[in-house]
Design a protein around this ligand. Sequence first.
Ligand code: ATP
Ligand code: MG
Length: 385
Amino acid sequence: MTVSFATFDRLKSKGVAAYQNGDYLASKTYLVDAAGCMLDMAAAARTPDARRQHEELAEELIELAKDCDRLHAGGRHGGMNARRHEGGRAGSARQGVKEDEGGSDASDWIVKDKPNIGFDDIAGLEDVKQEIRLKMIYPFQHPELAKQYGIGVGGGILLYGPPGTGKTMIAKAVAHEIDAVFFLVSPAQMMSKWVGEAEQNVRKLFDAAKAETTSVIFLDEIEALVPKRQSDSSTVMQRVVPQILQELEGFDRGADRALLFVGATNRPWMLDEAILRPGRLDALVYVGLPDAPARFRLLEIHFGDRPIADDVDFGTLCDRLEGYSGADIKSIAHQAAQRPFLEAIGGKAARPITQADILAEIDETPPSVNPSDLARYDKFVQGRK
Ligand SMILES: Nc1ncnc2c1ncn2[C@@H]1O[C@H](COP(=O)(O)OP(=O)(O)OP(=O)(O)O)[C@@H](O)[C@H]1O
Ligand SMILES: [Mg+2]
């Protein structure tokens, strides 16, 4: 996989954001991937100094990933997880994955969890939730009826849309709603030479998921794994793309065991068209920016447990937040809460968060998604009609 600084930066930012959100499992995957990118960049560095700097940065990221393991182990409440391992992937990575062990080594890079986020925790996106209920949840909850009407259980969907709109949350909620084991894998890790041959990794992932009664495989940044097949794409990609397509087609949709596949991407136009054909990822679901009722709900979610002054008016804020993503609103709530918090730390009397705090924060924070990005999604949707 070609490693660019942009890829590294995106993975690192996602890792840090997930860490700050307390989502240590996701954070660990991103941080390890970011470290992997850094090591690849170190290998390609032109000067010894640059190489050392890259290696040091990779080490720091791996340390942070190890913290994630510890924090997750400390904060887990009866959840399940992949076999614990010392030192994250890095330790085993450079030795490569031992084969012929029934894929157990895959636990170093496949994160397995039982999320406890439900559809009720997700603000808005009602049409998205409904589409997913129809395609993935109802057939599963009513197997007899589904069989009678010839509706298959399982299958794949692609969630696409701007960053921070709740795609990862939805994937977790699907697993929660049907009490499935959630497999979180990032393409960079799956493709990494550290964890063995990419094709074997694809097989291990699907085998591990098939071994569970109900499972959801979530592949974030799926365009990295299934990119448009260009003549210059690497030979690994040329072998891996058809293999994934085959695994997706091989779902046994009538069986007692159900395997759901959820892919997510911010850049659907970079995906190989073949994966979007019926029988593979059969539903393409756009996860867009929150509408006004969803923004209102997001304000309730993120200010719900914080002290707010009587002058705070969610209606006005909701209008001001048009164009902001769920993640943006979460961050604004956090920043606004910091204002009175820092004052109180500085010795002032503790006071609630005011409308002025929140408006000032909105003024200082532009929306993370800009209109030209949105136009690009529109164009993609139009192109598929
Ligand atoms: N619709 C929503 N309801 C509730 N919270 C939301 C919603 N959208 C975003 N958030 C908040 O923003 C954070 C980031 O959301 P999430 O990781 O699901 O976005 P994403 O669409 O997967 O982004 P990316 O494309 O960058 O991976 C969540 O942890 C959540 O707190
Ligand atoms: Mg995501």
